[in-house]
Design a protein around this ligand. Sequence first.
Ligand code: ASP
Length: 354
Amino acid sequence: MPYIADNRPVSIHRAVGCTMLGLLLAGSLLAPPALAAGKAAKPAPATPALVSIAIHGGAGTLSPSEMTPELAARYTAALEQARDAGYAILEKGGPALDAVEAAVRVLEDNELFNAARGAVFDADGRNSLDAAIMDGSTLAAGAVTGVHHVRNPVTLARRVMENSPHVMLSGEGAEEFALEQGLKMEPASYFRTDRRWKQFLDKRGAALGPVANGDPRYFGTVGAVARDSAGHLAAATSTGGMTGKKWGRIGDSPIIGAGTYAEDGACAVSGTGHGEYFIRNVVGYQVCSLVKLKGVSVAEAARIVVQDKLKAQGGEGGIIAMGPNGDWVLEFNSEGMYRAARDSSGRREVAIYR
Ligand code: ASP
């Protein structure tokens, strides 16, 4: 049902409109010219701007053979919960920036996903967390890498953006800043799950490349993109990176322009997948640049980058992208990508595999 300002069904609205039109026409024929002109000048009710949100829970999906109906139902419910948390903010006229942060926080708090609680383990057996956020209306951005105790890294990224003169903070310094900002910190045990610990033991000692290639169970990420009622775009991403990562490896998620990017009038992007490929291809910025500079649709830009470019190079993963009008694209070259979206025209979706 298309969205109408007063929420009446379209058919009723149209019927009322026709009656009104008939009365106005009759009135204008009967009334003196000045009065008819005054009535005709009354402005039509404004159509509310479309608000829209899309989220992902990572391209590192379980293989369909491991996915039980119960587990699929848990993933679906979690995706809908995160999507709707962001949508509720947009629906009330709130900013896209608040919506993407809220949606990502819900996913960070859920141990099903590789972000904050439930993150994968690095080579030292720690959960090492990265996140980023970007405001498309100002190009302001914030990012953090290698934090171990911040309950919601996406909120720390936002504080970096808003309360520091920098874009990106790492490790101990980032945690010191988190403490100064009064953010909620957690012991290592909060982030640890048996499932991820088992994956870590299975893969301990393996090099990063083979871990990532061909076995998406060992990665994952969460993210959100949104368009608010003022037409502004925002993007946010949060991840534990890749199982067994070492030497302080940082993926694409916290790198502005690679795994996270937003620019009003172009698009907003959050990526998931083998981060090294996303960094080399500057995925988020490249998609938005195709839209802005070449006039390509967001759907076509996402297809070119994810299918033609990344896939040809062996870069497994996907993106969620949102265009200036709130049209979303959920594009991936992996077996699946946990994803969901919703807009104020009534469109909604949630899915895991192709
Ligand atoms: N892109 C993330 C990274 O490389 C992992 C993922 O999205 O699955 O750290």
